[in-house]
Ligand binder design. Structure first.
Ligand code: GAL
Length: 831
């Protein structure tokens, strides 16, 4: 937005002097040089870096592999998972080469910089332990790899000449529990202002009063003036625009010598349109700073008008309406793109989650990318924004515990200032299963961190995810929080609710059900920590970890206990690292927890959540597939995930009976082993035919509404031989900006179009025209294939190929081929 202003002013013919008096922002994307060598001479502006690798930022140096069991092999006992002895964890952090040092250098000119102006460098995140140098001088450092940070670089710049920026990053071994990514994986901005300016993150907008007819908008603005300036000469004007960019209100305030650090203004907006996931309406506040009549700075803040409230015993209320979190936890990696941030990839994730009925994401376990927060604001997705996976007691030897004491407050302040204007952010989360939760007295640390959040943003509640429910209830850890967030163990909710003062319970992390897309295991039994030779878990959605459970064990709590405010499922998407339960079973190196796999293809579980969470649209999904050569006559249960109350199943036209969701099943009667074994809770949410036997042909389901009327049907057929490829792009009109992506689903089907569910054929990709092949993934958590090679094997008959635009408009043709199978191509338009 800020950049747009500059462009606008330029277009409307202001001269360069005027242009250069206001704010200007550039993104440093092209022109970087990169090396994995390490040498103090790299800071020298005259150092010859021509032999270094040219890269474009955002850049994740480790995602290119190769995979190896030796990359960050951790010989540790994961005590929070119940391990008593050290085990060799090869794929814990994804098996990718992120450990070690990386240097980036770039030359840049800042035509609008002059000695009487200010320039700042803003990193959206740099992985990790960033040391930043300009023209050979150290500017500053920031250890946390996920947080945004900035420095004033004015004293180090030379005007009218090339400047050299050098950044040293270092990732220590055993510093993470998942794949963190590596390098300048988020954007780097240079912002130049006049000598009087509004600092980065310098506005704070709240909407303390909201009625149907009007809302009061409070805008606090920080202003920085040159030394010895007379504040009385300055004014700030804030103008509010609605979502169609129409000016609706404004106010002007003169600065005085007493009042110029932090100015508070109030604007009344009539008939406000409130932000919500269903209606993500944004307003924009534009702030103008004047010295006399000269415009010195302008700053734009998108915001939403919405209220949040937690009412004991009743729940969480958004705009006065009780709202249950139908949330997922997500790590930051984007599967085959690694940690390198990409707007199109983020927006695709949000689209898929919204289709499932999901209304919230927990940014586990760290600060999100600004692109995610912006997309959530614009697309309608609530966020629980998290800061830390550990405090000063280590989970990982070289994790954030090394920095916590010195950096925790600075990290929290940056995080909160960065995102306190975003309406999607509804809660802060100060920790995830921090080992400090076991220590008597460490509730003081929890309180201190929560107090920092309240000090910087009194408008949002604070929680943390605790996985030791009894310890934290007994040592006050849970009691000091605004919201007691429990990770797993929903069977303790009722007991602990009675002991806690808040009158509400959040399922801050739930389920950890494990499954592999399209892989089914027999017999169909509930199992914990089950491992198989093929390194997969059953897509019947009956397997979980030792500490976790099945989706229905959480559904029932949040439906039946009025004080439960909803859940964040572990996880929305599979991620790199944590291949639990295959801790030590290389080549397993990515998770099986996702509702959606690493390629972004929904697993069966997606439809279970969708049937429960998305009440607007029909869900009628049959599992498993029906191509079981060799299982003829064997018991092959059929499950149907649907939001209809009942359905009848037919195999080759023969009725297998009707099943109806059993709504009489309650929480208390279903804790027993026997109830768990016989899937009692599942009977309330899934329709299950446990005794059906496989015979090739057709499985058909007919769904009935509450009146017993047949309202929908679906069929799955036994597939014949692989015949042709089918391509489906998530978007076929793209922006010619060199960054936009199309995600193309590639699947192999028989001559009648039925998915061949165990096909593993290798597919080759070609991209012609105005685009390039970017990456591919197949969702197999044990596959060591390169993400960037334009060929990959199908997993359960499918994979995803990603095409990126170049910065020239035109047609893109994507082709997929495999010997013996009819190839396919698809046309995309880049404009
Ligand atoms: C939790 C933890 C997550 C992940 C998950 C796997 O205890 O918070 O980060 O490790 O377990 O089940």
């Amino acid at each position: 937005m800020k950049r747009n202003w500059c462009i606008l002013i330029f277009l409307f013919g202001f001269n360069l002097i005027c242009f250069s008096q206001i704010r200007n922002e550039v993104l440093l994307k092209e022109g970087w040089k990169f090396t994995r060598d390490d040498n103090p001479e790299f800071v020298d502006p005259d150092f010859d870096d021509r032999a270094w690798q040219p890269v474009v930022v955002p850049h994740d140096w480790a995602i290119y592999g190769p995979f190896s069991s030796q990359n960050d092999k951790q010989n540790v006992a994961i005590t929070q998972d119940g391990q008593k002895e050290a085990l060799e964890h090869a794929g814990r952090t994804g098996g990718l080469p992120f450990v070690g040092v990386g240097w980036y250098r770039i030359e840049f000119e800042l035509p609008d910089f002059a000695p009487d102006r200010q320039s700042f460098i803003l990193f959206d995140g740099a992985m990790s332990q960033a040391n930043v140098y300009i023209n050979g001088q150290k500017v500053g450092e920031w250890p946390n790899g996920y947080n945004s940070f900035y420095f004033n670089i004015s004293p180090y710049l030379v005007s009218g000449k090339k400047n050299v920026l050098a950044v040293r990053l270092e990732n220590l071994p055993e510093s993470s529990r998942w794949y963190p990514g590596a390098g300048l994986y988020r954007n780097v901005h240079i912002i130049t202002t006049s000598d009087a300016y509004i600092p980065i993150w310098g506005t704070y907008i709240t909407t303390p009063v909201i009625h149907k007819d009007f809302a009061k908008v409070n805008i606090r603005t920080k202003v920085c003036l040159p030394e010895n300036a007379d504040p009385g000469l300055y004014t700030i004007e804030t103008v509010i625009f609605d979502s169609s960019h129409k000016e609706i209100q404004k106010t002007k305030t003169s600065l005085t010598s007493l009042l110029y650090g932090d100015i508070s203004q109030e604007i009344v907006v009539k008939n406000p349109v409130l932000w919500s996931p269903d209606q993500p309406v944004l307003y924009t506040a534009k702030t103008f700073l004047y010295e006399g009549t000269t415009l010195k700075d302008q700053y734009s803040t998108p915001f939403g008008i919405r209220s949040i409230e937690i009412i004991p015993e009743k729940g969480f209320f958004l705009n006065g309406e009780k709202t249950v979190f139908k949330g997922v936890c997500n790590h930051h990696d984007l599967g085959p793109l690694g940690a390198a941030v990409n707007d199109a990839a983020i927006r695709r994730q949000i689209r898929l989650l919204k289709d499932m009925g999901c209304n919230a994401i927990r940014t586990s376990h760290n600060m999100p990318a600004p692109e995610l927060v912006k997309a959530c604001d614009e697309m309608g997705m609530m966020l629980m924004v998290e800061s830390f996976d550990e405090w000063n007691t280590p989970k990982c030897k070289n994790g954030y515990n090394l920095f916590f004491d010195e950096w925790a407050e600075k990290d929290l302040v940056n995080l909160i200032w960065n995102y306190r204007n975003n309406p999607s952010v509804v809660m802060w989360c100060i920790g995830n299963e921090v080992p400090n939760q076991w220590t008597e007295g460490d509730c003081k640390i929890a309180k201190r961190l929560q107090d920092i959040c309240h000090r910087e943003d009194p408008s949002r509640p604070v929680t943390q995810g605790m996985d030791a429910p009894d310890a934290v209830v007994n040592n006050n850890f849970a009691a000091v929080m605004d919201v007691a967030g429990f990770n797993y163990r929903p069977f303790r909710y009722q007991v602990n609710y009675k002991k806690l003062p808040q009158g509400i319970i959040l399922g801050s992390e739930t389920a950890s059900t494990v499954s592999s897309r399209g892989v089914y295991k027999f017999p169909v039994e509930r199992k914990a920590m089950q491992r198989y030779e093929d390194h997969q878990s059953s897509s019947y959605d009956v397997e979980h970890c030792g500490w976790s459970n099945l989706p229905e064990d959480d559904f029932i709590q949040h439906e039946d206990l009025p004080y439960c405010i909803g859940e964040f499922v572990w996880t929305g998407f599979d991620y790199l690292g944590e291949p639990t339960p295959y801790y030590t079973d290389w080549p397993s190196h990515s998770s099986l927890f996702g509702i959606i796999d690493l390629a972004g293809i929904p697993k069966d579980r997606f439809y279970l959540y969708r049937s429960h969470w998305n009440r607007e649209e029909e869900t009628l999904h049959i599992l498993p597939h029906w191509t079981w050569k060799g299982r003829e006559g064997e018991i092959t249960p059929v499950f149907v995930y649907t939001n209809y109350p009942s359905a009848e199943l037919f195999i080759n036209g023969k009725s297998q009976g009707k099943r109806t969701k059993d709504l009489s099943i309650g929480i208390d009667s279903t804790y027993t082993d026997a109830a768990q074994k016989s899937f009692e809770r599942q009977k309330r949410y899934r329709l299950m035919w446990m005794d059906t036997r496989y015979e090739p042909g057709t499985v058909k389901v007919v769904a009935y509404d509450n009146e017993g009327k047949a309202v929908a049907e679906k069929e799955v057929h036994t597939a014949g031989k692989p015949h042709h490829l089918v391509l489906t792009a998530d978007r076929d009109r793209l922006a010619a900006d060199g960054e936009d992506l199309s995600f193309i689903n590639v699947k192999v089907v028989d001559k009648d179009g039925n998915l061949c569910p165990d096909a593993t054929s290798k597919i080759k990709f070609k991209v012609k025209g105005a685009g390039v092949f970017r990456a591919a993934a197949n969702g197999n958590p044990a596959s060591l294939e390169s993400f960037q090679k334009p060929e990959m094997k199908l997993f359960s008959g499918q994979l995803t190929a990603i095409v990126q635009t170049i910065s020239k408009a035109g047609t893109i043709i994507f082709e997929a081929s495999s010997p013996g199978i009819k190839s396919a191509s698809i046309k995309l338009i880049s404009e």
